[in-house]
Design a protein around this ligand. Structure first.
Ligand SMILES: Cc1cc2nc3c(=O)[nH]c(=O)nc-3n(C[C@H](O)[C@H](O)[C@H](O)COP(=O)(O)O)c2cc1C
Length: 210
């Protein structure tokens, strides 16, 4: 519980590099996540070199800028958000691009079941990423989650020259936090949980004798 409650998203990192052995443990943690039919529909692309980062930044910024303009965001906000995002990628010691890999999923004749198969794969990718975030924190590392690649997957594949069977979903930044960010509060359990197994006072269960 201490580990679960202590992890928090980090958006600014030290320059300190991530030891290879720790990175491998983080990736190993992802491998053990549950997945539909045990198919492990994920692949993780790792990079840390300046050249790739800059290529990704340039290509993703152009795509995001166009989307922000569509939303009619003010110019200064567009510039600010883009610069923040660029900085996050530029100064992250390691980047993990979490991709869906759908080739091994079951095939169905109808579109609805196929779509559900895809959704299950996405759900399991989330479980794999969470394993990584927790393992990283356990090892004294910190992580951040950037959803940006989901909005321009083709651009990301081109920038990193990836196999087109990979579907970028999230960019995870990994390193050592520059400062300890605040932990965000959570909704109370009463809001999140619907306890059908608990009777409210005054309610009767079948078989009750009055
Ligand atoms: C699917 C998903 C997408 C997210 N995308 C972003 C993102 O693009 N940028 C960002 O700063 N944080 C992103 N986050 C992190 C959330 O903002 C963060 O987890 C949440 O505010 C709770 O804070 P905590 O992680 O510090 O507990 C994302 C988290 C998830 C699960």
């Amino acid at each position: 519980m201490t580990l679960l409650r202590s992890r928090r998203s980090v958006r600014v990192f030290q320059e300190r590099p991530v030891p290879e052995a720790l990175l491998e443990q983080v990736l190993e943690a992802a491998r053990w996540a549950p997945s539909p039919h045990g198919r492990q529909p994920w692949r993780f692309v790792i990079f840390s070199d300046r050249e790739r980062k800059e290529r990704l930044i340039e290509r993703m910024s152009a795509a995001w800028e166009a989307q922000l303009r569509l939303d009619q965001q003010p110019e200064e906000i567009i510039a600010l958000r883009l610069e923040k995002s660029r900085q996050r990628i530029r100064q992250a010691p390691v980047l993990i691009l979490a991709c869906l890999y759908l080739e091994d999923l079951d095939r169905y004749p109808d579109a609805e079941r196929q779509e559900n198969e895809r959704i299950m794969a996405i759900q399991s990718l989330g479980a794999a990423v969470q394993n990584m975030l927790l393992m990283a924190y356990e090892l004294g590392l910190d992580t951040g989650w950037m959803c940006a690649p989901l909005f321009c997957p083709t651009v990301v594949c081109e920038a990193l020259e990836l196999d087109r069977r990979l579907h970028p979903q999230a960019l995870i930044t990994l390193g050592y936090a520059a400062a300890d960010p605040k932990r965000r509060p959570r909704l109370p359990l009463e809001t999140l949980v619907i306890r059908l197994d608990r009777r409210r006072s005054g309610e009767r269960e079948e078989g009750d004798v009055s």
